[in-house]
Design a binder for this molecule. Structure first.
Ligand SMILES: [Zn+2]
Length: 494
């Protein structure tokens, strides 16, 4: 059995104008061919799961391209085409492949394409034909499209949010493709989609009522005739025609009635819980007052509107300004992306003070630079190894990084887009122990919970402006099909 594997993980945000250039994309260093084994074996990634299970069955693994997860606005068209060609040319060069196993996010968009995974799968299917099995993993926030369903044999989604089961999802998908190849099973993917936009940050799979729904999705896999089952949240920061949550149940073609019936039943239950998946945001001053009344720390302030993991710019200074105004000093911020300030601070050197126009340059619609006098405390290369539940063992690369003290507040500024702000190792890599702080500010909305949940005293979702704002009163959608919950009244499903 010969299985070609790879990954192309990109999550877009149509409310951000940030285009990802090849240089920026390369910060996360795409990995090719046999180097994939060296970089990803035994990491907390889908590829590690693929490799482990395929080896177990004695399959011949053909590594192709691995593009590590990247979240931003859109991929520049030429970046998408270049990375796509790297994958396509490898698929074309290997003959007699039985299957293709790919890790996708599910929300990849380029300058001219709102559904890159659908486009890629269409092209791959045209090359390999119907006899080669194509199975993909998807992020739980994926907006699953008709094209993805039509041009693949199965789509296997994460079970958890925060996502701590990437490797496990890789294993599940590998088990599926082995089963399909060995038994020559032709599949029927039943997708049920309903008209809703949910706050991804409220979708925590360990909390009810979502936990109960997730258990039902997992139980389905033991049911006769079911090959796989997955639940997807969709993502409100993509204004695209096929926006919305979905349920997928896959069976063999001969059992397709089972897949249709089970997926619809589950989708109705999911839809009926929709009111639970909306979030309440808190103004920054109110959050500070409430945090200071809490004994001990850390209290986590998330900045969901400038959430780097949702493709925002990561450079607004709304929360920093609030902390300065309120005279707070026991606080650390991860991060503000500001290459110009990084350069100035490094030129000034450790131990000096420097005047900076901090942040507000990339997202100049929702923010503006803040004039500060900053003390340069530390400089680092911005590299560290993830030790938490997400991407464990993978190296994070943030570009050159500086720890500043601004009015007593510790602010970590970075040169390029950090892969993730959800791992406390980010703070430790520059000498801060986050558990000892009163307030920790994270430009994230959900995934930090996997690593901070155990020691956070309280978590506040701060209401600041930004390009990943999910306060539906502020957002204007143009492509999302209407009517849709919660924007419209009297939305019905099915
Ligand atoms: Zn996600």
């Amino acid at each position: 059995m010969r299985i070609l594997t790879g990954s192309f993980l990109f999550e877009g945000n149509t409310f951000s104008n940030a285009l990802v250039s090849q240089n920026e994309f390369n910060v996360n260093a795409p990995v090719y061919d046999n180097d994939i084994f060296e970089k990803y074996t035994a990491t907390e990634t889908e590829l590690a799961g693929f490799i482990e299970v395929l080896k177990k069955y004695g399959a011949e693994i053909i590594p192709s391209v691995s593009n590590m997860v990247f979240v931003a606005g859109r991929l520049e068209e030429k970046v998408y085409q270049h990375q796509k060609n790297e994958l396509i040319k490898r698929i074309k060069s290997h003959k007699n492949i039985d299957g293709i196993l790919l890790a996708f996010h599910g929300n990849m968009i380029s300058e001219s394409n709102d559904n890159c995974e659908g486009d890629l799968l269409e092209e791959i299917r045209a090359i390999v034909g119907k006899e080669v099995y194509i199975v993909c993993t998807l992020d739980k926030h994926a907006i699953v499209t008709e094209k993805m369903v039509r041009f693949s044999d199965d789509l296997v989604g994460y079970d958890t949010a925060p996502h701590i089961d990437m490797c496990m999802t890789g294993r599940r998908a590998a088990e599926v493709i082995v089963k399909l190849v060995k038994n020559k099973i032709k599949t029927h993917i039943s997708m049920q989609k309903f008209p809703a936009l949910f706050h991804g940050d409220k979708m925590i799979t360990g909390e009810e009522p979502l936990a109960g729904l997730c258990r039902e999705v997992e139980f389905l896999r033991d049911k006769r005739g079911v090959i796989s089952s997955s639940m997807f949240f969709g993502c409100p920061t993509l204004d695209v025609a096929e926006a919305g949550p979905s349920i997928i149940v896959t069976s063999s073609v001969s059992d397709k009635e089972i897949a249709e019936k089970e997926s619809l039943e589950l989708a109705v239950k999911y839809w009926n819980k929709r009111e639970h998946f909306l979030i309440k945001h808190i103004p920054v001053y109110e959050a500070i007052d409430r945090a200071m009344k809490i004994e001990g720390g850390p209290v986590i302030f998330t900045d969901p509107a400038d959430n780097i993991n949702a493709g925002a710019y990561g450079d607004t200074n709304c929360i920093l300004k609030g902390l300065i105004d309120k005279g707070i000093t026991d606080a650390s911020i991860a991060v503000i992306i500001d290459p110009e300030s990084v350069k100035k601070a490094i030129a000034a050197g450790v131990g000096s003070s420097v005047s900076l126009e901090l942040g507000g340059k990339l997202d100049n619609i929702n923010s503006s630079p803040l004039n500060v006098n900053a003390y340069v405390k530390k400089i680092s290369d911005g590299k560290y190894i993830y030790k938490g539940h997400l991407f464990k063992g993978v190296e994070a690369v943030m570009g050159r990084t500086v720890l500043l003290a601004v009015n007593g507040i510790e602010v970590i500024i970075t040169e390029s887009r950090p892969a993730n702000v959800c791992d406390p190792q980010l703070f430790r890599s520059i000498g801060i122990e986050p558990a000892d702080k009163k307030i920790i500010v994270l430009k994230d909305g959900l995934h930090f919970r996997a690593n901070y949940g155990q020691f956070a005293k309280e978590i506040f979702y701060i209401d600041c402006p930004g390009s990943s704002d999910v306060n539906f009163e502020h957002i204007k959608y143009y492509k999302v099909k209407r009517p849709i919950f919660p924007l419209d009244k009297d939305v019905v499903f099915p």
